[in-house]
Structure formats: C-alpha cells, structure tokens
Write a protein that binds this ligand. Structure first.
Ligand code: ZN
Length: 591
C-alpha cells in the first residue's frame, strides 16, 4: 500500500471521518484517522496483510478501534497511532487475511453430528463401520436410536453401499441410521426399516428411492424423500444439544481463521438456538441463515411467515452477527446418490452407464417456480440447491423469469452447488449478475476432493471435466461464494482454497485429476471467493470480506503466505490467530 495520498484527498477523508462517515472511504489507499481521535485499541504490524481490496493490495500494518478497522498502511504510518494502552501484535512477517467466509456450511446440524453421533468419515472398510456401530450401541439402552454420519462408498475398500445386513448382527435391539456424507441418502438397519414400515411391498415415494436387491427386497439404503420415513422417527436434538453443536462448530471455525458463515436450511429450533446464543453474548461469528422452504407452496408460505417477522438483510441482529438472509429450496438431489436431475443417464464406476437413470427433481418444477415467485415478489433472497445440469437450467431460467416479471436488483438469488452447469446456465448466470445482482453460484471446490472418487465414478470421464467450472466462471465475469457444504466435506476453508487450484480427488480411484485442471484457478481468485465474493452472498459486503477502513476487524493470521507457497501446500496452512470484531477469539500460542 502506498502512503502517497495527496493533500486534498487526505483533507476530504478527514472531513468524512469527522462527519462519522469514515466507512465511505473504505477501499481507499493508506489512510490515518484524524489527530484528535482516540488511539486504536489494537495494532497489527510487521506483516503481509492481504487486504483483498479491489487492487489486491498488501499492507504491513493496520489499526483497530471499537471493533472496526480505522487505518491500513505501512508500519511507520500505523505504529505512530499507538497510545499507551494500545495492544500491539507483532506479526513477525506472517501473513494476515480477512477472516475467511464459508457461503454454505451446515454448522448447526454438523456440530450436533460431531458431538453426538458416530463418525464414519474416515472409515475405510465395511468392517470398520460395523465395529464403530457396535461400540456405539454398547453405550445405548435397547430401543434407543444410534445415529452415524459421514460414510461414503467411494472411501470404502469394498466400493459398495452399506446395507442393513451389514448392521443387523450388531444391532438386534436398536434402530440404526447412518447418513451418507452428502446428507442425501443413508442406510437403516432392519429394526429401523421395520419401525418405518418399509417392506418389499412399499413403493418408492415421490422424489425418493428405496434401494432394492435383485429380488426387490429393500437393502436398507434410502435416498432423498425415501429417507424421511426413518428420519421422522428419530428424536430431535434438545435445545441444549443444538446450542452445544453450534458452539462446537464456531470453535472449529475460529481455529481455522473463519469468521462468517451462511447456514443454509434452518428451521425454528435452530433459529432459536442461534438467537439464544446471541442474547447470551456467545455468538462471536457472523451467521446468515436460510429458512428451509420445503417442497410445497404451503411449506414455502410458512417459511415466508418466519422470514417476514424478522429484519431483512443487510439488517441484522447483534450488530452483524445474526442475519435472517432468506429461503432455501432443493431443486434436485445428489451427485453421490445419482439422484441429481440430469439430461443424460448417470454413469457408474466411471465408464459404466446407470441405464435409464437421469435422477429427478426434488420438488415439482412448476411448484418450484411458484415458490421462487412467492419469495421474490416479497423481496426475499432465494438459494436453490441444484447439482445436475438439468436442475441448474431450470433454476437459472426460473430466476430469469421472475426477475423479468418483477425486476429488482440486489436479492442475490443463488445456485447452491451449481456442480455441472450447461453453457446456457453459465451465460444466464453472468447476465443475471450484471443486470440484477442475482444468479450467483455458491460453489464447493472440495466436492472434487472429499467425495471426488464417488463423483468421478458417477459423472463419468467426459462430464467430470465440466464439474465446478471456476475458470469458466471467471472468464464470464461470474463471481461466486466458496464453501464446504460442511458436513458434506470438512469445514476448514483451506481445503477449499487448495481444491479450487488443485482439483485433486482424495484417493485417485479414477486418477488423481478426474476433473482435469483446465478449470483450475489461482490462489488470488480462490481467496476472493472465500472473502469479498462470499461476503456478498451473506449481504455483509459493506462490513466484512476485506481489510479496509470502516470494515469489521475480522482477521486471520497464518503461518505461511498463501500467495507465495506452492499450491499443493495450501491445504496445510495453519491459522495462528483469529480476530472477530477486534477481539482475539483464537490464539494458537495460547489455545
Ligand atoms: Zn448443503
């Protein structure tokens, strides 16, 4: 950053700041507060501060007062602002970035899973899954539910789904539900199937699949809406468990330099948990939530009632800490379960064809369109889950239609995941961003890594190359929010930064790079998708996402400079310090 600010500009800025409008000058080069202002409470100096301002400038130091950044510049400019009581943090040449932002992470549900369920994300054989289930059952009374999460057939040596028959011998008296890492399907044991009334005679529900063996007998795997028959029987977490889950996730976020998150698909109990944590002063994170709209017009109206009773973004509760951002709809299913809505048949094991299976919509497409119109006309942001090419086309065409009917800029309707967009979808997204400030992808590069082996097998060799086309987004001027979809993939954003550049599958079952590297982007663009661009999708772009005067002092300090290290090392970045609103919330030296 340059200190060369001409006198007139400086004078204008001083007038602005005296008028209490300092934030208006955010994004400008180095700038000092007026001399009569009280000294900063906090200084960071002697660092490489990646500001993420429009010029991607790197500063040495910054100053913070009352949770806001009041100056950014050279060591000399900033250190002279210090008062006797100013806390000075010597970065010793380390790198600082804005606190990283995840535009799609289920931190409330993921925290509950982490604290109270059996973990299967690192299980590599069916026998290991069974061993963990047996150990979990040993702690339960007969009849109590055992829940597990995170399995993925692509990570199991057997390369097959789990089945009720795998689980029954260790769970004769307890119902078991093991959710797949995608959250779109899972496996029940026979006790659970019996309780849910699922037999050989049960037909597939609308928008759901009961997996069956060659004789037509249910295997235990239930996909999409078919899993609801079991999920509806499982007792909900208690309010205390919900709050503990959120706190657990926020602690992990702070360990990873992450200070803002969009939690998509919440309901009233989750909102109440966030609200109580906020009221107790424990919510030290920016959280923007989407209310789950369900699959009918009536359920969408019920979600709208909740939304209309709360402040609209960018208004928030708790000074930017909790925002009711809008509504979440599922257009289709999963690339893991081969249920996402595609134009062509799904593949199996890469080159095989799942003949006749093009997936399906999760909601009637005409009902979806009415749901979106309902929210849009009420001025409410919509985020739609869309994985398959056909689902994405339907979503972007719906957005284009309601925006043409009722033009309105700034609602930022999003395409959540946007895994495999057609050329038409890409052109439409670019147009909607330009014209209406809407149509943004909220993309998950880590899918290519964590569930990359399953994905490569299902999308097949040709389609895989089109997956998560970040370079094409860039070339079309499309901005997107980065994210993990935690607990689909692990929460740390460093994995997403790395995957955006490297596009590498976890195990390499179909080669290390089944998605190619033609759509790789560099770390500068990747970091933008986890900072300034993601901030937009949380309606917080005036407060967070860059280190500029007037913005919140949300800062992450790293052990290495992500602009300098080899891309393959991005996943190993270590956060050493996290600051939210000027308060140190994580310090690796004093954990
Ligand atoms: Zn999700």
């Amino acid at each position: 950053m340059s200190a060369r600010v001409n006198r007139t500009t400086r004078l204008v800025r001083r007038i602005l700041s005296v008028a209490g409008l300092l934030a208006l000058a955010g994004g400008a080069p180095a700038q000092a507060p007026p001399p009569q202002a009280p000294p900063p409470q906090l200084l960071l100096f002697h660092g490489h501060i990646l500001t993420m301002n429009p010029g991607d400038s790197i500063a040495q130091a910054l100053a913070v007062r009352d949770g806001k950044i009041i100056a950014v510049g050279s060591d000399r400019e900033i250190l002279r602002l210090a008062g006797a009581a100013t806390l000075r943090i010597d970065l010793n040449g380390r790198t600082a970035t804005p606190g990283l932002i995840d535009s799609h992470a289920h931190i409330a549900d993921g925290g509950v899973e982490e604290l109270y369920h059996v973990h299967l994300g690192d299980a590599s054989t069916v026998a290991e899954v069974v061993r963990r289930v047996r150990a979990g059952i040993a702690r339960l009374k007969p009849g109590e539910w055992l829940q597990g999460d995170g399995w993925d057939e692509g990570k199991l040596a057997e390369k097959r789904y789990l089945a009720a028959a795998d689980l029954d011998a260790v769970s004769p008296k307890n119902p078991v539900w093991l959710m797949h890492t995608t959250g779109h399907y899972g496996v029940a044991n026979s006790v659970a199937l019996r309780l849910a009334g699922i037999t050989v005679h049960t037909p597939d529900p609308v928008a759901g699949t009961i997996d069956r063996d060659a004789r037509g007998i249910p295997t235990g795997v239930l996909k999409e809406s078919a899993k609801n028959a079991v999920l509806d029987l499982i007792p909900a977490p208690t309010p205390e468990q919900r709050r503990a889950g959120i706190m657990h996730s926020i602690e992990l976020l702070h360990h990873e330099g992450m200070t803002a998150v969009k939690d998509p698909a919440i309901d009233r109990p989750i909102w109440n948990a966030y609200r109580q944590l906020l009221d107790e002063g424990k919510l030290k994170e920016h959280v923007c939530v989407l209310w789950f709209a369900g699959s009918t017009l009536a359920s969408a109206r019920a979600a709208l009632q909740e939304i209309l009773a709360l402040p609209r973004p960018p208004q928030s509760l708790g000074d930017g800490r909790l925002l009711s951002c809008g509504a979440k709809i599922f257009m289709d299913g999963s690339g893991g379960g081969r249920t996402a809505w595609m134009y062509q048949d799904w593949n199996m094991h890469s080159t095989g064809i799942d003949a006749g299976n093009t997936g399906y919509p999760a909601v009637d497409p005409q009902v979806y369109r009415q749901q979106v119109r309902l929210f849009h006309q009420a001025g409410v942001h919509v985020g739609t889950h869309a994985i398959g090419d056909r689902a994405i086309d339907w979503v972007v065409d719906t957005y284009a239609q309601v925006l043409a009917e009722t033009p309105r800029t700034g609602l930022r309707h999003s395409i959540i995941h946007a895994n495999i967009p057609t050329d038409h979808a890409i052109e439409t997204m670019a147009g909607l961003e330009r014209k209406y400030d809407a149509g943004y992808p909220e993309a998950q590069a880590p899918f290519m890594w964590w569930i990359g082996d399953t994905y490569a097998g299902n999308f097949g060799p040709q389609r895989s190359l089109r997956l998560v086309p970040l370079k094409t987004f860039l070339s079309h001027g499309i901005r997107w929010g980065g994210g993990s979809d935690y607990s689909v993939t692990p929460l740390p954003a460093r994995f997403g930064l790395w995957a955006s550049v490297e596009r590498e599958a976890l195990l390499g079952t179909y080669g290390a790079h089944p998605f190619g590297t033609a759509e790789s982007i560099d770390i500068h663009a990747a970091l933008r998708s986890y900072t300034v661009w993601a901030a937009r999708q949380l309606f917080l772009e005036d407060r967070i996402g860059s280190l500029e005067v007037g913005k919140d002092a949300d800062i992450a300090v790293w052990d290495r400079n992500m602009y300098d290290i080899p891309a393959r090392e991005l996943r190993n970045l270590r956060c050493e310090l996290t600051i939210v609103h000027g308060e140190v919330v994580y310090d690796a030296a004093h954990p």
